[in-house]
Design a protein around this ligand. Structure first.
Ligand code: NAD
Length: 384
């Protein structure tokens, strides 16, 4: 099987330069050992701390001009969506793997289908025990939680732990985390390690125990039935529930030095959690990190890709969190892809077995044989 990895950092878009690489030298070595012929565009690992030599030592071939290789390859491993100029050169039946963002990229998904490519969108990998090792959303969200907390701490004009000195006693900073999923729990753990006093809220009451096991307090808000989907995702709230949540968390936000919002709704725009009016109740110099800023925002006034100030509060919406620790992000993402390939690689035919009866591929393969085949996506595109 011929596999290609592009240097995504070389091709910038307006919002960010991709620092991660879809394959680490460690994962490359294991792919090559399986008999995979791995081609890597020169420089692909540089921004995550890996030299071309690291990949050559792992058994990969470096290439300078992907255009020539694209028509021959069986699989393109990406961090993001493939670039249109690359899609256009790929042969029918080849497989593309990456963060496709399919709910919000209908035109790109249609062009992948039109090109007769089999597209595996890593965001659609199910949250099952078997798929955990391939779960790129979780691996990147864990790092994001850590990074967001450190960024907040760097912008706060205060320290986080309690400090007792002859010059006076400093109280621990108060951190409030809204959304205690994968990223939120890592943000809580990081805040605790830094000595802060932590409170958290999530509409899924089942996570209260996890927050408490990390040393945080769970804010209890009675907004009635909320629940979660069978995949463990939050359900959207009614307008009345949203209003109740915003009222009940106002005091916790006003008292906090740092607020981190991580609320997402699978396949939809993230919910708005904090209004400008609530921001105005916070102390000047407080910091809010809006994890969802790039996809619509949890915080009114946050700006995608930027750090801004609203009523004296620093609002961080830079996004691309895991890229700030690109080496670990690359290692974890590359392991996710390696595990995916190992699960479906057929040693006999030396090919990736697109078995659509398998639960993992049935969820995550979104285009195949010229069509969009995922029902959730088809419904979303048709407005159903
Ligand atoms: P996510 O990124 O979709 O959302 C982040 C968090 O925001 C979630 O906990 C969600 O409940 C919360 N949220 C949504 N709306 C909110 C609101 N209005 N107010 C407050 N919080 C709100 O979720 P995630 O972090 O990817 O994980 C969701 C769940 O799935 C977690 O419990 C996680 O442990 C579980 N999970 C399971 C597996 C597995 O079993 N393989 C893998 C990954 C995650």
């Amino acid at each position: 099987m011929e596999v290609l990895v592009l240097n995504e950092g070389k091709r910038q878009n307006s919002q960010h330069v991709e620092k991660r690489c879809a394959v680490s030298p460690g994962a490359a070595k294991r792919m090559v050992k399986k008999g995979i012929s791995l081609h890597i565009e020169r420089g692909a690992g540089i921004l995550s701390g890996y030299s071309n030599g690291d990949y050559i030592d792992a058994g990969a071939t470096m290439i300078d001009e992907p255009a020539a290789a694209l028509p021959e390859i069986d699989m393109l491993l990406c961090v993001n969506r493939p670039f249109p100029e690359h899609v256009a050169k790929m042969k029918a039946g080849a497989i593309v793997v990456g963060h496709i963002d399919p709910f919000f990229q209908q035109a790109a998904v249609e062009s992948l289908a039109n090109q007769q490519l089999t597209t595996l969108s890593v965001e659609m990998i199910p949250r099952s025990s078997r798929a955990q090792k391939m779960d790129a959303l979780s691996s990147q969200a864990s790092l994001a939680g850590y990074v967001m907390m450190l960024q907040a701490a760097n912008h706060l004009p205060a320290i986080l732990p309690m400090m007792m000195t002859p010059s006076g006693t400093i109280k621990p900073a108060k951190v409030f985390v809204i959304g205690a999923g994968v990223a939120g729990l890592q943000a809580i753990a990081t805040a605790k390690r830094l000595g802060a006093s932590v409170m958290a809220y999530d509409t899924r009451a089942v996570v209260a125990e996890q927050v408490e096991s990390l040393g945080g307090k769970f804010l209890k808000i009675d907004i009635g039935e909320t629940g979660q989907t069978k995949d463990g995702y939050a359900q959207a709230l009614t307008e009345e529930q949203k209003a109740k949540q915003q009222d009940a968390q106002r005091d916790a936000i006003a008292a906090a030095d740092i607020v981190i919002t991580t609320a997402q709704l699978f396949g939809r725009r993230p919910p708005l959690l904090i209004s400008k009016e609530t921001l105005s109740l916070m102390k000047p110099g407080s910091v809010v990190v809006d994890m969802a800023a790039l996809s619509g925002g949890n915080v009114e006034g946050s700006i995608a890709g930027e750090i801004t100030h609203v009523h004296g509060v620093t609002v961080i919406g830079t996004g691309n969190w895991s890229q700030r620790v690109a080496k670990d992000a690359t290692d974890m993402y590359a392991n996710n892809l390696l595990n995916l390939i190992q699960e479906f690689y057929d040693e006999g035919t030396q090919s990736f077995n697109v078995n659509l009866d398998d639960d993992i591929l049935a969820h995550s393969v979104i285009t195949h044989n010229g069509s969009i085949i995922n029902e959730m996506l088809k419904n979303a595109y048709s407005g159903a």
